[in-house]
Design a protein around this ligand. Structure first.
Ligand code: ADP
Ligand code: MG
Length: 760
């Protein structure tokens, strides 16, 4: 039983105030066919929407089963619409992209009926309205009369107690209208049917009771209901909720009708995913490549312990940087400037003592191929004082050879003299500001007090570079070898004579200069020593790598050495220890073992080792990581852009589907259900975009790999997507589009169903 008590309803549009219903009081029987008759604008539709729970009254009360609805919650109204009311509209209000069957099923879906039950009932009502053969058609494949029959079937589907029909035949020709009216009359035998019409003839022909409405007031009632106050209690209903599958189905159907747009949106959405996926694939591949490299090639690199290890960390921003900071302009002269380089970084010296050697001896044999002790013999230059080679001022060390002459020519300018052309020539390298260390001057026995030094002071200076076996002596009497002092070597004077032939400094903007400052020798000097060493029985020439020609110096023949160096006592400590691990895992064990030694020691008593493999891989790993971050950043921007676009497109979809929102609400859908529909839509797009993006990225890795394989020898299948990225990126895409669609979905949920239904 329905009862309206003094219902007031008005609309304000801008400053215009319109009373639609003005104190309407009416009561309806549980079962009767009522026509509400009135001219256009008299408030009929407004009344119907209030009764159907689509719209809210301003004041008064609507009683359902004797219960006031004044305090009804949104959820209660939703349930009421879904279970108790069936709407039939003039313009049918069918969901265009859904089939006849699913249009009829929608309301039942909201009330949570099982699929089979839904299907059964839908067929029943469709048979009843005579549309059994048309269940799989879409609304636009039907005539107006047929569409209205679908609407009637939909209204009947949930077996409501009240059917509300708003000018149901307004858009239909008179013959069809008659059939529709007869169908509604039939229905009215078992339900309360409230029919709104402006057609007096229809009201008179079909309705049992006619209520006249004019300017929002009841002006006549042919068969008023004097309520007895009793209630048969038929109006009770369970809650409604749209299953997520239903939301997905609705959005899926909708997307299917807009295939092109969906495809374009998904494509746009996938671009960012493709980008991120490819960056991940490449970074992943490169890191794997480095891992492999480390495991195979680089694991052959030894862990090195030197007396004075190079501190790679200290080199960065080290002395060269400090020097560059003091001087700004490069001098336009060949004059050299002595400077005090005492502020150079403090170097660590490894004390390779008995204790450490014992520690090393206990290393697990399974980890290492070999632990080799290198006892090298340094190059030594004896300087020519004019009266012979001087030994008093000590040796002048000289480090690199100029093996890479092309590199030298490109990156260095000659300040004075000529670059050496054979083994007898030495080159003096100064820094980019023509400066030369005072220590170096001291070693040469030169005055360190002057501000400037002419290049001629260096050019022509002569040195003796003793042959290596000159440094090992053999005592026939005692039958033992010994290390010869500089004085002995000097006395014999056997060696290669060298002369400073040129002075050079780093050219252009070369920052540090690759070569250390000091004296450099010509590569032929090595050859000369080598040739001599081959004839010697005590010295073995070592060349680490014949291909790159990187010269590591000389060492004593290892097997002879052990015996011979027994005699030297303390001198037997190695200059360098090379530990060759068996493989990558073993290398980590060795490193841990060395760290163990250092654990409880003071800074300067620790043994600093150089793990070349990890220096190389750390460096390249860092580079790859930072490049990846930059690229992922760019891809992320495109992800954001496409997300925003998906948000906009979802909003467009909301605008387009406004009517559907109204229909769903009239069928009892909650606000939450409406946002679900649109969330489902954006999630669907996100899934398609993510899936498509991952697929495209995967397919792209093939040509990319072929391309890289052609560029870099031996690098195959570089780009490889990690398995988690497939799933992860799809989830990311779904998440982003979901977030992007939240606002439009909210807008959709908040739409006024009455207004939504008015949209064409
Ligand atoms: P009927 O269905 O009898 O033609 P309505 O109930 O649709 O009449 O409208 C009653 C009055 O309320 C009309 O003057 C109409 O312009 C006004 N009205 C109805 N709905 C709205 C609305 N959403 N906003 C503003 N005015 C409205
Ligand atoms: Mg109307």
């Amino acid at each position: 039983m329905l009862e309206l008590r003094n219902i007031q309803k008005s609309y304000t549009v801008g400053s215009f105030y319109q009373t639609a219903l003005d104190g309407v009081s009416l009561a309806f029987r549980d079962n009767e066919f009522v026509a509400i008759l009135g001219p256009s604008g008299s408030g009929k539709t407004t009344l119907l929407n209030l009764v159907g729970g689509l719209d809210r009254y301003d004041s008064g009360d609507l009683l359902i089963d004797g219960k006031s609805t004044a305090d009804f919650s949104e959820a209660q109204w939703d349930r009421y619409r879904n279970h108790a009311v069936g709407f039939i509209f003039q313009n049918y209000n069918l969901i265009g992209h859904s089939s006849v069957l699913s249009n009829v099923e929608t309301g039942m879906t909201l009330s949570g009926l099982s699929t089979s039950e839904r299907r059964k009932r839908a067929y029943e009502v469709l048979e009843r309205v005579g549309l059994k053969e048309h269940v799989h058609k879409r609304p636009n494949q039907l005539s107006g009369g047929q569409m209205q029959r679908v609407a009637i079937a939909r209204a009947l589907a949930n077996d409501p107690d009240i059917i509300l029909a708003d000018e149901p035949t307004g858009s239909i020709d008179s013959e069809t209208a008659r059939q529709i009216m007869e169908l509604i009359q039939e229905i009215a035998k078992e339900k309360l049917v409230i029919l709104v019409t402006h057609d007096e003839h229809i009201a008179e022909t079909y309705a049992e009771r006619t209520i006249k409405l004019s300017d929002g007031k009841v002006t006549g009632d042919s068969h008023p209901y004097e309520k007895d106050g009793g209630s048969n209690g038929r109006l009770s209903f369970t809650r409604t909720a749209m299953a997520f599958t239903q939301a997905i189905r609705l959005s899926f159907n909708n997307l299917r009708t807009k295939k092109v747009r969906t495809a374009i949106t998904a494509f746009a959405g996938s671009i960012g995913i493709v980008g991120v996926a490819l960056v991940l694939a490449l970074a992943n591949g490169m890191n794997q490549e480095i891992d492999d490299l480390e495991r195979t090639t680089l694991s052959e690199f030894p862990i090195q312990i030197e007396e004075a290890p190079i501190d790679f960390d200290a080199l960065e921003g080290g002395p060269q940087q400090a020097r560059d900071d003091i001087w700004e302009d490069r001098p336009d002269t060949d004059v050299l400037y002595p400077y005090d380089d005492e502020f150079e970084f403090t170097q660590h010296f490894n004390d390779i003592d008995e204790e450490f050697l014992t520690h090393l001896e206990d290393i697990d044999d399974e980890w290492v191929h070999e632990v080799s002790h290198v006892r090298g013999i340094d190059y030594t230059l004896l300087k020519d004082t004019g009266a012979g080679y001087d030994i008093d001022a000590g040796d002048v060390g000289f480090s690199q050879s100029l093996a890479e002459t092309a590199f030298f020519e490109d990156n260095y300018d000659m300040l004075a003299g000529e670059a050496p052309e054979d083994e007898s020539g030495l080159l003096l390298i100064v820094d980019r500001y023509n400066r030369i260390s005072e220590n170096f001057l001291e070693a040469l026995g030169m005055d360190t007090g002057t501000e400037e030094i002419e290049p001629e002071e260096f050019l022509g200076r002569r040195f003796l570079n003793p042959l290596l076996d000159e440094r090992i002596g053999y005592d026939e009497e005692e039958d033992r070898y010994y290390r010869r002092g500089a004085a002995d070597i000097y006395a014999d004077g056997e060696g290669i004579e060298l002369e400073i032939e040129g002075i050079a400094r780093p050219a252009g903007e070369v920052p540090g200069g690759i070569l250390d400052t000091g004296l450099k020798y010509h590569p032929d000097l090595e050859t000369a020593h080598l040739e001599h060493a081959e004839e010697s029985e005590v010295v073995e020439a070592q060349q680490a790598d014949p291909e790159t020609n990187i010269f590591t110096g000389y060492s004593l023949n290892e097997s002879d050495y052990e015996d011979r160096m027994q005699e030297f006592g303390a001198d037997a400590t190695p200059k360098r220890i090379d530990i060759y691990p068996v493989d990558f895992e073993a290398k980590n064990e060795v490193v841990d073992y060395l760290d163990e030694y250092n654990e409880d020691r003071e800074e300067d008593e620790r043994i600093v080792y150089t793990d070349f493999a990890s220096i190389i891989t750390d460096l390249s790993g860092d580079v790859i990581d930072s490049v990846s971050y930059v690229l992922i950043g760019f891809s992320a921007i495109s992800l954001v852009v496409s997300s925003i676009m998906i948000g906009i497109i979802t909003y467009v979809s909301v605008l387009e589907r406004t009517k559907e929102i109204g229909i769903l609400r009239s069928l009892g859908a909650r606000k939450r259900d409406i946002s679900r529909v649109f969330n489902a839509e954006s999630v669907t797009i996100g899934f398609v975009a993510g899936f498509f993006g991952v697929l495209v990225a995967y397919l792209l890795t093939f040509p990319i790999n072929r391309f890289i394989a052609r560029l870099v020898d031996g690098v195959e299948n570089l780009a490889s997507m990690p398995v988690w990225s497939f799933v992860g990126l799809i989830i990311l895409s779904v998440f982003l589009t979901f977030v992007a669609g939240l606002i439009p979905a909210r807008i959709a949920a908040r739409k006024d169903p009455v207004k939504a239904l008015r949209v064409d």
